[in-house]
Design a protein around this ligand. Structure first.
Ligand SMILES: Nc1ncnc2c1ncn2[C@@H]1O[C@H](COP(=O)(O)OP(=O)(O)OP(=O)(O)O)[C@@H](O)[C@H]1O
Length: 249
């Protein structure tokens, strides 16, 4: 069964229809990439998967989005949903507090108070995000002192600390240098054994390198959604072909 099922989803910002009736099955323990030119709706859809759009005034969604078969808009509390579906943003956004407190923040919010238990969660999450060795001697120092690439891995660790099932990444490497980008890509490939990952990327090579499935968005529609190898080697739609060969975008 799919981890996430998007069924005939339309989304409006006021009168403007940003998403025009898309359907997509997102498989478990795989990386699914959203590609397409600027403004075509990739971020809008990824944000809908943990109801971040609830915060946008005038935003209205029709259709269904299911997580493990349960409708996330009609049958699930958003707090529960966001624990199960974590998110990492384009710009690393650590909280202005220590490395330790950044990671412990989510678990504390969900009621974990025991110090030993928090210590364990902090270490596990930082190890999972492949940043433990770099920060283990500075856990009590401000997270703002880390490099951009380290901050992004910290944010991934923070997302994982509440043990989500799905990790949403909205252009997670667009603000990073190539070496940090490479680390995040390796990390994502490694994490998919434990998590379902959905990633928006402007970088087609990145989608081709690390994703299992790719959806090509254009003007609020999904034009083509297929296994990544197939989509890049044998696009079925002329518009996909034009985009991946760099003819527009
Ligand atoms: N809060 C909002 N209110 C009104 N319109 C919005 C809002 N957010 C996005 N839009 C519009 O919805 C459309 C889709 O935007 P979205 O950010 O999802 O695209 P995108 O493919 O992620 O683009 P980019 O790659 O530039 O981030 C755009 O036309 C955008 O202007």
């Amino acid at each position: 069964m799919s981890k996430i099922s998007i069924q005939d989803m339309e989304l409006y910002y006021g009168d403007f229809q940003a998403i025009k009736g898309i359907s997509m099955e997102i498989p478990e323990n795989k990386i699914t990439a959203f590609i397409g030119p600027s403004g075509c709706g990739k971020s809008t859809v990824i944000k809908s998967l943990n109801r971040m759009n609830d915060l946008v005034e005038g935003c209205r969604i029709t259709g269904n989005i299911l997580l493990d078969g349960v409708d996330i808009y009609k049958e699930m509390d958003p707090i529960v949903l966001r624990k199960r579906v974590g998110m990492v943003f384009q710009k690393p956004n650590p909280f202005p507090m220590s490395v330790y407190d950044n990671i412990a923040f989510g678990p504390r919010t969900h009621g974990v108070k025991n110090k030993a238990q928090l210590d364990e969660i902090v270490e596990r999450s930082l190890r999972q995000a492949a940043i433990w060795d770099e920060v283990k001697d500075r856990l009590k120092k401000s997270a703002l002192g880390l490099s951009g690439g380290q901050q992004q891995r910290l944010c991934i660790a923070r997302a994982m600390a509440v043990e989500p099932e799905v990790l949403l990444m909205d252009e997670p490497t667009s603000a990073l240098d190539p070496i940090s980008t490479n680390k995040i890509e390796e990390l994502a490939s490694d994490l998919k054994k434990d998590f379902t990952i959905v990633m928006v990327t402007h970088n087609m090579q990145q989608a081709a390198r690390i994703s299992d499935k790719t959806a090509f968005f254009l003007l609020g529609d999904v034009i083509e959604y297929n296994d990544t190898d197939e989509l890049f080697s044998n696009p079925q739609d002329k518009r996909t072909e034009d985009y991946i060969t760099g003819r527009f975008g």
